[in-house]
Design a binder for this molecule. Structure first.
Ligand code: NAD
Ligand code: UD1
Length: 348
């Protein structure tokens, strides 16, 4: 329990809004900076409804050093959770500079202002995508961070590099107040808060499996395309490590607590350590919704790999964190959010 103040960039988004709940419920004070480029302020109204507490909300861009300076002047920020970023892989291939500008540029401006104000603790939203295409399906943090296959993934790897270099520079300079950087590499976050009040609200047609399946289940989309059934996996379809978003944000609170004893830069996988195939996900949705999920097998999606899952043992050893929720929780919570809010945060 704490009354420290945390700056949550991207706090109106899917993962950030769930982080706000956990932080407020653990008595942290929360300042959200979000430009609402991929979210709605309604998510924060729902956070207030769930927690009975009001996060401070500043609508602004993380690349705006003046807005950031104003925040660090006005609030006694203990640490930053940096969720703000663009995340659509396909769009990043079409508009790479938009992704480098927003994700890498945003991280650069943020850390420069943080350093100016002597706030040198940051938790960064990274991704398993930074491992590229390694020769193994079980990803450990010791794998090289190399070969991300798209500009989105590269923007995460570049941001990681900036943060690693900052931490290394302080060691070189023997800085008395060195950077403390925690890189959290997410596997596939899904699910929603158990209340059904907040969840993932993608713009337009979803690219990712779970939002697509939920929109098929609720009748907004006609049928799922399963991208390939000839992978060397349990049933031929792609296998991923799905992690409940509430477990994921609890990992951030564990990371926050670990700042006390650490210095430098640490990277942790946040995943369940176990994978499910696309067909297993469809079957779970059918169980929970009592609906058939119409699907067709189509060609593989370019850039997809067959299978991956996390080795989450480092986070267990060093952060005392592990997932608690199972696939049924992930699917039933996703369904509660989707069925109660078929149009997301738009008025239904
Ligand atoms: P999201 O799009 O729901 O949330 C990101 C938030 O950041 C949005 O509210 C958006 O409006 C805001 N934002 C974007 N650029 C900004 C800027 N320049 N200034 C201020 N606000 C800005 O995405 P999410 O799923 O909640 O993801 C959060 C973070 O986690 C992102 O950095 C994402 O890349 C990373 N991540 C997500 C996943 C995933 O599957 N969801 C996986 C790995 C990593
Ligand atoms: C994708 C991104 C990854 C990003 C992550 C979270 C790609 C290649 N990878 O991961 O960089 O970090 O989202 O945003 O885009 N599937 C279908 N039909 C669909 C959608 C997906 O069969 O309509 C399959 C995919 O082939 C895959 C699995 O479902 O096997 C999961 O896909 P998805 O949810 O898009 O996540 P990733 O591909 O793991």
């Amino acid at each position: 329990m704490s009354d420290k103040c945390i700056l949550v960039t991207g706090g109106a988004g899917y993962i950030g809004s769930h982080a706000c709940i956990e932080l407020l419920q653990a008595n942290y004070r929360v300042v959200v900076l979000d430009n609402l480029s991929n979210s709605k302020a309604e998510s924060l109204a729902r956070v207030e409804k769930i927690t009975g507490k009001v996060p401070v909300f500043i609508q602004g861009d993380v690349r705006d050093s003046q807005v950031l300076s104003d925040i660090f002047t006005q609030y006694d920020i203990y640490a930053v959770m940096h969720f703000a970023g663009l995340k659509a892989v396909g769009e990043s291939c079409l508009l790479p500079t938009k992704y480098y500008q927003n994700n890498v540029g945003g991280t650069l401006v943020l850390v420069e202002v943080m350093a100016k104000f002597g706030v040198k603790k940051i938790i960064f939203s990274s991704s398993a995508t930074v491992y590229g295409e390694p020769d193994t399906v079980k990803y450990t943090e010791t794998l090289p961070v190399y070969g991300a296959t798209n500009p989105y993934g590269k923007s995460k790897a570049m941001s990681e590099d900036i943060l690693k270099d900052l931490a290394a520079a302080d060691v070189l300079a023997n800085d008395k107040m060195p950077w403390k950087v925690i890189l959290l590499r997410y596997f596939n976050p899904i699910g929603a808060h158990i209340s059904g009040l907040i969840g993932e609200d993608p713009n337009g047609t979803p690219n990712n499996l779970i939002p697509y399946v939920s929109q098929v289940a609720v009748g907004k989309l006609e049928r799922l395309s399963v991208f390939g059934d000839d992978y060397p996996t349990i049933d031929g379809t792609g296998v991923r490590d799905y992690i409940h978003v509430v477990d994921l944000v609890k990992g951030h609170l564990a990371a926050l607590q670990s700042f006390e004893g650490m210095s430098g830069c640490k990277a942790y996988n946040l995943g369940a350590g176990k994978g499910y195939s696309v067909l297993q996900i469809i079957a779970a949705f059918e169980r929970h919704t009592d609906n058939k999920i119409p699907y067709q097998i189509v060609a593989r999606r370019i850039g997809d790999i067959a299978e991956n899952y996390a080795d989450p043992s480092l986070a267990l050893r060093e952060l005392n964190w592990q997932t608690e929720k199972n696939l049924d929780d992930m699917v039933s919570d996703t369904w509660r959010w989707q069925s109660q809010n078929p149009n997301g945060y738009e008025v239904n």
